[in-house]
Design a protein around this ligand. Structure first.
Ligand code: WQD
Length: 346
């Protein structure tokens, strides 16, 4: 049974990926310092899979503590690296926090990959590396443009560091560029747990609908798009998770074409903000209290993926459409309210 180390394993995409790996026969360990997550995800993973996942509460910026995990597990067949800060707005306000955390963490991890000869490495990248694309849909060959934020810059630099690393070592890597991950595991036992006021669209929708937020703001409806609001490629977190399992299998079976292959992870369909809201209202039956506000600085007008490479080479079949994304996100929000009400009554 191949052993996979998942960093950021208690985060949104990390936790969903651990479930998919376990369901596909992998032995999994996790490193997560809980700086942006809680152990709720670990109990959710155990409820869903019946497996207790060992998590090492280690900060990747601490090289010795990171190295100690590899000394205990000298048989790691692959690593999936999620652990990073990812709030675009926060990265603009605190660039050094982002460069230190995201880059020092990656470099320490790669030093261990080299020292212990880990053969395979999958990196959590983002469509943000494309900036504001001139042509859509974007392919993996679409030119990289200057990052719109320090967060995006850490993803671009991360890709460069990894590409150079694979040229100098025997390790093979895959860069997965996510579009907009949304939704929650269909069981309702795990999902997104935004810290503080949600910046992203779907948690803002569900928290408004459940009454945590009084109203939601649509950031601009005067863009040159079919309804004036921004276009994104929303992709269900479980579809994203399964793509990671496929990427690890692709490397283990040595199907990779280069030492550092790249794949877009999106549905290939663009959805506007207003269409996403309409989809939510349709599946939840809850009219959303929102108003149209000014544009948000740094927003890309429109981006969605050409995902043919992942579909054809990884054998990726997307299971969730926008309605199912909204349905699982709403069910998770309802579950969180249930848990909160229970806690208040105890
Ligand atoms: C989507 C659209 C907003 C909230 C970011 C990162 C990306 C990835 C996903 C990590 C935009 C609009 C949002 C609200 C709104 N993160 N919106 N009202 O900015 O496309 O991508 O998160 O990998 O790297 O850049 O996602 O969900 O913040 O915004 O109108 O209350 O929804 O203006 O048009 P984004 P988002």
């Amino acid at each position: 049974m191949p052993k996979i180390l998942v960093t950021g394993g208690t985060g949104f995409i990390g936790s969903h990926t651990i479930i998919d790996l376990v369901e596909n026969g992998f032995d999994v360990i996790s490193i997560d310092d809980f700086s942006r997550s809680t152990s709720i995800a670990l109990s959710g993973i155990e409820t869903i899979t019946g497996k207790k996942i060992k998590n090492y509460s280690v900060d990747l910026k601490n090289f010795e503590e990171t190295q100690a995990v590899f000394m205990e597990h000298t048989d790691i067949d692959g690593i999936i690296h999620f652990a990073a800060y990812k709030a675009v707005g926060e990265s603009v306000e605190e660039p050094i926090l982002y460069y230190e955390n995201n880059m020092f963490g990656l470099i320490n991890l790669l030093k261990c990959v080299q020292e212990f000869g880990v053969p395979n490495f999958v990196f959590s990248s983002s469509c943000t590396v494309y900036g504001n694309p001139d042509v859509i849909p974007v392919t993996e060959q679409t030119p990289i443009k200057p990052a719109e934020s320090p967060y995006g810059a850490t993803k671009q630099m991360g890709e460069t560091v990894i590409r150079d690393f694979t040229k100098a070592t025997a390790t093979n890597a895959i860069l997965l560029r996510y579009f907009n991950p949304v939704g929650a595991h269909p069981s309702g036992h795990i999902g997104e747990l935004p810290v503080g006021r949600p910046q992203n669209l779907v948690p803002a929708i569900t928290q408004t609908a459940i009454g945590k937020l009084p109203k939601m703001m649509v950031h601009g409806n005067d863009y040159d798009t079919r309804d004036g609001s921004c276009v994104r490629d929303y992709i269900h977190v479980s579809d994203i998770a399964h793509a990671h399992t496929l990427a690890i299998q692709y490397l283990l079976e040595e199907k990779n074409e280069t030492a550092c292959d790249v794949f877009n992870l999106g549905t290939g369909k663009g959805v506007t903000v207003l269409e996403a809201i309409q989809a939510f209202e349709k599946v939840s039956g809850v009219p959303l209290n929102y108003s149209i506000g000014p544009r948000r600085a740094g927003d890309v007008v429109a981006i969605y993926a050409n995902n043919e490479a992942a579909v054809k080479k990884l054998g990726w079949n997307i299971q969730y459409d926008i309605d199912k994304m909204m349905d699982t996100a709403w069910k998770w929000e309802l579950r969180l309210k249930e848990l909160n009400d229970q806690a208040m009554n105890n």
